[in-house]
Structure formats: C-alpha cells, structure tokens
Design a protein around this ligand. Sequence first.
Ligand code: ZN
Length: 454
Amino acid sequence: MRQLYLLLALLFSVFFTFGQQQKTLIKNVNLWDGTSKKLQEGMDLLITDNLITEIAKNIVEAKADLIIDGNGKIMIPGLIDAHVHLASTMSSSKIRNDMDWMYTAMRAAKSAENFLMLGFTTVRDLGGPSFGIKKAVDEDLYPGPRIYPSGAYISQTSGHGDGRNPNEPSTHWSGGPMHPSDAMGWSFVVDGVSEVLKASRENLRKGATQLKVMAGGGIDSKFDPIHSIQFTVAEMEAAVQAAADWDTYVAVHIYNAKGAIRALNAGVKCLDHGHLINEEVIKLLKEKDAWLVPQTFWTTAPPDFWAPGLGTIPPELDLKIKPVLAGTVNAMNLAKKYAVNIGFGSDAYGNLGFEKLALTEFTARTQWFTPIEILKQATSENAKLLGLSGQTNPYREGKLGVIEVGSYADLLIYQGNPLKNLDVIVKPKENLKLIMKDGKLFKNELSFSTNSNN
Ligand SMILES: [Zn+2]
C-alpha cells in the first residue's frame, strides 16, 4: 500500500514539476452524481489536473497518464461535513490551560487527515483556529479536506464562547492581555455593536469564509443556561452586516427557539443545532430560505463524546445534555414536515478518533430520510450551503458536491451501494476503495496502470 502511494506521489510530482497537465482516467464506475435519483452505469471519467473534464462511456485510454479500473463499483462525490472543529481534539479546558499550542495544532492536522480518510473531502470549520491548517492543507503540506474556516467564536460575555476559567477576570475590567488561548484564535468575547463589528472584521481579515456567532446557551460551556438568548438584536445585526459586506453570512450556535427567532430576524442564514426549535422557528426559517444543521447521532453518542477522558457524564453536564437531546425528534419532524434546507454537519469533536462519529450521522438520519436524501444533504445540498460564502468562497474554480463536467475531482468509490444501505459509508476502512480530492489520490485500492506513451 505504501509503495503504491509512493509511486502515485512520484507520478504526480513528475507531471507537476514539468508543468504538464495530469490526466487521470477512471474506467467503469456506476456513478451517482450528487443530485439524481439513479446511478449511471458503466461510466468513465477523465480528470485533468483537479477538475472533471469528461464523463462518458468508453473514453479512450490514450488520453490519460494514469488509468484506474473502477471495476463496476459505485462512485459518489466527496462528502462534506458542514460542522466540525478541527482544532478541538481535547477537552476545552485542556486546550485552554495545559497544552502547548503547537501540540494542539499538530493534533488538528491529524484530525483533518482523519476526516479526509473517512471520505470528507470538504469541511466547514465552525470555530477555533483553523486558518493555518487550511493553508497547510491547501499547500499539500499535509493531507486534509478543503476547509471553510470561521475563525474565532464570536460570543458575548458569559456566552457559549466565553471559555474563561471560573476565576479569570474579564480583560475589559482588568486591562490585562487576552488569554493566550483566545489570542491563538479560539474566541472573541465581546459586548456591544462596536466590539462585535471588530471581532467580525478580525475574523474576515484572517480569511473567515463565514462567521460563527453564539446565539444562545450551550452544553460545553459553564456560564450560560440552555434557555439563555445571547447577543441583542443590534449586536446580531452588526455581525450579519459585517459578513454581508464581505459577501458572506453568519451561522449561529443555537438550541432554543427564542434565540433562533432573534437570529433569523437579524438576517442569520444558518442555524446550527436547533434541537429545541418549534413550529414558529421552522416557518420563519423556511420563509427566510435559511438552513438548519442538526446533529441527530448525538442521541446515541457514547458518554466519552460528551465528557472526553472522563468516561462518565458529570451531573451538571447531564442537566444540559438531556433537554437538548429530548428535542431532537421534534426538531427533525418539523424540518421534514416543512421541507426546509437541511445541511449535514456532525459537530463530532473532542478527541482524535471521534471524527468517525460523523459517519454515524448518516445512519441516524434514516429515521427521517432515505439514503439518497441524506447523501444529497452531505454533498450537493451542503455545497449550496457553503456557496452562501459568495465571493469569500476560496474554492470557486469548480463545483463542489456534484460529479459533472467542470466540477472538482473530489471523488469516492465504494464497494457496496450506499444509495441502498448507508452502513457502507459507516465502514470506510472496509468499503471505501478510492479517495480523490482536487484530482489527487489519497487512497486507492483499485488496480491501475500508467500510460507511458503520453
Ligand atoms: Zn460546534
């Protein structure tokens, strides 16, 4: 396997060195394009550098430098997770108080690789320092998905992003420096319109493709009850304005209905979580053509997911988790009933290895949706959500989330049919035979040959 990887790496480096176009032909796949109800059988794809340039039956092999035999297996677009925190690979208090920042960064890079190897070729990072990881991945220094970074959380004092230790004074009163972890890009704790604007613009300056604002109480935060509404209308509108001026949008963390209504009325385009929403929220979301990104696998997640390293859930944490989880079914029923825009986002974080929980979101959603509907949410629908980033979108050379001529060559090939059974996706080690991102191979267990005539 390692030799194969080295050979392919060598092959690519030769072509890139001489500035020639790399052409890869994938033969004989049963293709799901990210939107259709059916497979197209026995198709070939020609990939030129990082884009798909031809899809047809029997493309002549002489056109390609590398030919991969798809062997009748199923190809789908690379998966997109619209809610990750790549740098959150330990408990927040460990990251904040104990760990060397470079160690945290290297774990984040590992998490990016883990997501890619599960089949996620694109992720939207919804908070935490991810600009550097994005740069390293885009420069091919390290394997990982395309990253849409939000930068630091924008939170009010005592909000979901106020991660200060209990005895840590506000820098506003103490005049002291930011905590080193916040200075690294974890959180802006801000109050008032001008501070919200400053934090929003700081994130945009660093390359945020959307802003992440905390609109209500959270689980993994100590000083904000779940029912709390965070940021005033004017503050929320300020973040929306700053984002809109950069041609992008605000996504909010929110469970409760009142905070969701305030956010939507302020112009927020994406509610992340939304487990405690009601009919009024879902109607407003529909009217505003906004998005909902819920996490349904949480209801079956292991205790370690909620309390990394502790093994059991402390009672004060459980008090916050239980009501949120209890709302999940109602929120999903409403989302289904009103056929709103639903993104696929796992929020699977907390330890290295937890990334694989993201795949359980596929099977958890089968309570409400068919496999094809869920696969669309994780590919073409999520691509629409990411597209709300307008001219800040860093990946505009091709389309994401679909397989068509002109789209990015972000491709997966499976043994087994995920359109019929999503368990196929949940076991990538066994079933995922090929991962291509941006025209480059990161996994290939299919037979291939090279064409020396070119
Ligand atoms: Zn999150």
